[in-house]
Structure formats: C-alpha cells, structure tokens
Write a protein that binds this ligand. Structure first.
Ligand SMILES: *Cc1c(COP(=O)(O)O)cnc(C)c1O
Length: 452
C-alpha cells in the first residue's frame, strides 16, 4: 500500500517511510492511496480481541512492515492498558453508550495512537540501525502520551516543549515525573504558540535537522489516524446487532483527528450511521458543519483545554475526499482560507455529520446532570459529547479522558473528586523539568547536549 499527499505534489511513500516523515514534503498530509473494503470481514472480526483486531486492520496498510514484527508491535502497544477490554463500551441508557478510551498509561485517548507510534519508531530505529531525536510541542495530553509511548526506548530521545504554568498540574507531572533518562520536559517561558513557533524554527534549520535526525511528534501522523480507526470498529462490533446500523458516534473534537478516523472507517464499508462533532466554545468546526462557513477565530481557553483549537489540522484530510480527491482543489481551498481567513463550502452530508458546541458553564452543568441521571462521572471533554443527545439514533459518546485528570472541575461540578492510582503515585514524585526561553538557539543547544 502506498500513501499519497493531500496536495498531490509529493511522491507516494510506503507506510514506514510515511510514518517516519510525518508531513509530506509538499506540506500536505498522507492518506492511503485506496481504502480497503472491510464489509465482508465484519463477521470474522467480531470474535477478535482488541490487539488482534488492530493487527488485522493495520496489516492492510503497513504492508512494508514484516508480519511478525507488526504483530509484536501491536501486541506490546496495548499491553499497558489497565482495562482488560482496552476500549470498554458501557451502556448508560437504552440508546446511549460510552466508549471509554482512557485506560491507557496517560488516561486519555491519545495513548491508542502514541503507544503504537512509539513502538513503530523504535522498530524503525532498530531496522535501520539509526538513532532518532523526537520533538514535539504540547498543550497537555499529546505530550504526556508521546512521552509514555517513547519512555525508555533505546536509540530514541524525546524533547517535549510546553508552556510553563499553562498546563494542568497533573498533566505536567505526567510529563516531568517519569524518571526516564531519554525524556526531557522543556518548560517554555511563554504560550503554547510561542513554544510551537520556536519548534518550527528548529525544524526549519535543515542542517541541524539532518545532523540530529529530528522527527516530529504531532497530530497529523498517518499512524495516529489509522490507530484510531480501530476503536470505532471494535465498538461497532460490540453493539447489539439491532443497534449497529443506527449508531452515531459522538466525538469531542479539536483537531478533527479523532472524528476523521471514524469517518474513514465508514468509507471502508462499516455501516455507521453518522458522527456528531462535539466542540467546546472554540467552535470553528461546529460553525463549519452547521453553516458551511470555515472561519478562523481566536482561541479562548476553556475547561476542555485539549479541544482549544481553532484551525483543525486534520481537516485537510477530509477536504481531500470532499474535493473529489482532487489535490488542485485542495490547494486552492487552503490558499483561499489562508489569505482570507474564511472559506464557504456548498454543503456537507447532513445525515452523516451533526454538530454541537458547549460553553464552560454548560460543561459543568452536564457533568452534574450525567452524574445525577446515570451515576457516571465524565471529564470536561467528554461532557461536550453529552450536549443534545439524539432522540432517534443510538449514541456512542467517546470518553476521551479520565475524569481523574481534571479533579478541580469535577469537584466544582459534583462536590467529589475522582482519583486514579497512577495519578496519586505521581503526586509524591519530584518534578524534573527544564525551564527554557522560547528561543530556537537555546532549544538546539539543549538537544546538542542531551540528544542521542
Ligand atoms: C486531543 C483531545 C481531544 C481532541 O481530539 P482531536 O483528535 O484533536 O479532535 C479531545 N479530548 C481529549 C481529552 C484530548 O486529549
């Protein structure tokens, strides 16, 4: 299987290469050249456990990774999850389910992709006899998940930049209390955007980038999208057959990566009825799918910080299909949007996509309501998914993070605080962070000193 760029001006690459490169050289994002048809396999898939299903799915794409190696990578990626079901589906009402995606090492759904990506990187290093310095900027969950995907891996060092004082205390501890010698939490003096800009600059220095074999961990890696398709499939197979055809997955959305994965699975012949794009007050995607207008706006910090995004980087992948797989049209739309900050689309498939948005005040109210009505505690991101639950569809709300990661918000809403043993253990460890100016030269000097 080859992977093509959404912008159509880069050579198609195999899976391993596309994963290693991340972003296509023409600035586009990688997509499979064709989507396999899984409709004839669903009966057989139903009996597989999570890791076996993931392997069955991925082997159709990762055709250049040796079969036994791929199986081993997948098995190891989900071994650290603490729930035997990996992605358990809980039923709250006749037509209401929650898909819990927070039983991985950092208690958020990003572990599904980043555990796998970490093992793929490690495999790549071993096969090629190379070392790799991986860099990323984060506003919270991605950094923690990336760190736990690469913790202690030989031949790989990881540098995660985050805005000092602007991530949740427990998120910081997940990044800075690992005790691992190959992981460096760089606390940048500035905002997330400052950290991101400094990082871009470091990657812009081609000589430095080549000399230190830099690789980026970010939300657009192809492997992340494919890994995320699997839990939609797993959940769909666990629904009572009478409900499957009417299911709407409700997806708390920021970068559009999660909902895109589900939609791609639908295109592979899994009869999912639709998707609800649930945003917080940063609602560019809500506005897009209700009015057709894609208009940039300033980010306003919210109680669901991992969804505080206004330009959804993975949307470009959806755009490619929406534009009839015509890269020239993709380029034109992106250019117009970049220049004007707005683009108007004619129509979206309203039967496939619905949307909701949720203010901070509503988030607290929903956490309280869901607790009182169902006895279920949801985190502030997941809470956005419980806004306006459909009356005539079967809803599966994706629970993207554990409520234990956001004790203050939960306590304010319901008067009690959820805990988790792995977070409790973190509280007694020392914080090992490296304060840093948002300055490319300082970051490079640090990598010179600590990289592999
Ligand atoms: C990253 C994240 C999201 C948003 O996911 P996207 O793929 O960016 O849409 C939602 N909830 C939590 C807890 C997250 O960490």
């Amino acid at each position: 299987m080859k992977f093509i760029s959404t912008r159509g001006q880069a050579e198609p690459l195999g899976f391993a290469e596309a994963v290693a490169v991340g972003l296509a050289p023409d600035g586009g994002l990688f997509l499979p050249e064709m989507l396999p048809d899984l409709s004839g396999e669903l009966v057989r898939f139903a009996s597989l456990d999570y890791a076996a299903l993931c392997h069955e799915f991925l082997r159709r794409f990762a055709t250049d990774v040796e079969a036994a190696a791929l199986k081993d990578i997948v098995t190891r990626s989900y071994r650290g999850f603490t729930h035997p079901g990996i992605a358990p589906l809980e039923q709250l009402g006749e037509n209401l389910f929650v898909l819990e995606l927070f039983h991985g090492p950092t208690l958020a759904f990003k572990d599904f992709a980043l555990q796998l990506l970490g093992n793929l990187y490690e495999h790549q290093c071993r096969v090629r006899g190379e070392t790799l310095n991986v860099l990323g900027a984060t506003s919270g969950d991605t950094g923690a998940a990336a760190i736990h995907g690469l913790l202690g891996k030989p031949g790989v060092a990881l540098f995660i930049l985050y805005p000092d004082g602007r991530v949740a205390p427990l998120q910081e501890r997940q990044m800075a209390c690992t005790g691992a010698a190959n992981v460096f939490a760089l606390a940048v003096d500035g905002t997330f955007d400052d950290a991101q800009a400094a990082l871009k600059d470091v990657f812009g220095d081609q000589a430095f980038r080549a000399r230190h074999r830099l690789s980026a961990v970010n939300s657009i890696n192809l492997a992340r999208v494919l890994a995320q398709c699997v839990y939609y499939l797993y959940a769909w197979l666990r629904l009572p057959p009478a409900k499957r055809l009417n299911v709407e997955f409700v997806v708390p959305t920021g970068n559009f990566g999660n909902v895109l994965a589900g939609w791609m699975l639908q295109k592979m012949g899994v009869p999912i009825r639709g998707f609800k794009i649930a945003t917080n007050q940063n609602d560019i995607l809500y506005r897009l799918f209700t009015t057709g207008e894609y208009r940039r706006a300033a980010v306003i910090p919210s109680l669901a910080p991992s969804m505080d995004i206004q330009v959804a980087s993975n949307f470009e992948r959806f755009l490619y299909y929406h534009a009839g797989r015509d890269p020239a049209q993709v380029r034109e739309i992106l250019q117009t949007f970049k220049a004007a900050g707005v683009y108007r689309f004619d129509h979206f498939d309203a039967d496939t996509f619905t949307a909701s948005h949720c203010t901070d005040a509503e988030i607290s109210g929903i956490i309280r309501h869901v607790y009182h009505k169902y006895g279920y505690i949801c985190d502030p991101h997941t809470a956005c998914g419980f806004k306006e639950i459909s009356r005539d569809r079967v809803s599966v709300v994706l629970a993207t993070a554990s409520p234990a990661k956001f004790p203050d918000v939960i306590r304010a809403a319901i008067g009690r605080e959820p805990t988790h043993p792995s977070l409790e253990a973190l509280k007694s460890r020392s914080v090992d962070k490296h304060p840093m100016k948002a300055d490319p030269a300082a970051i490079k000097a640090f990598i010179e000193r600590h990289g592999v």
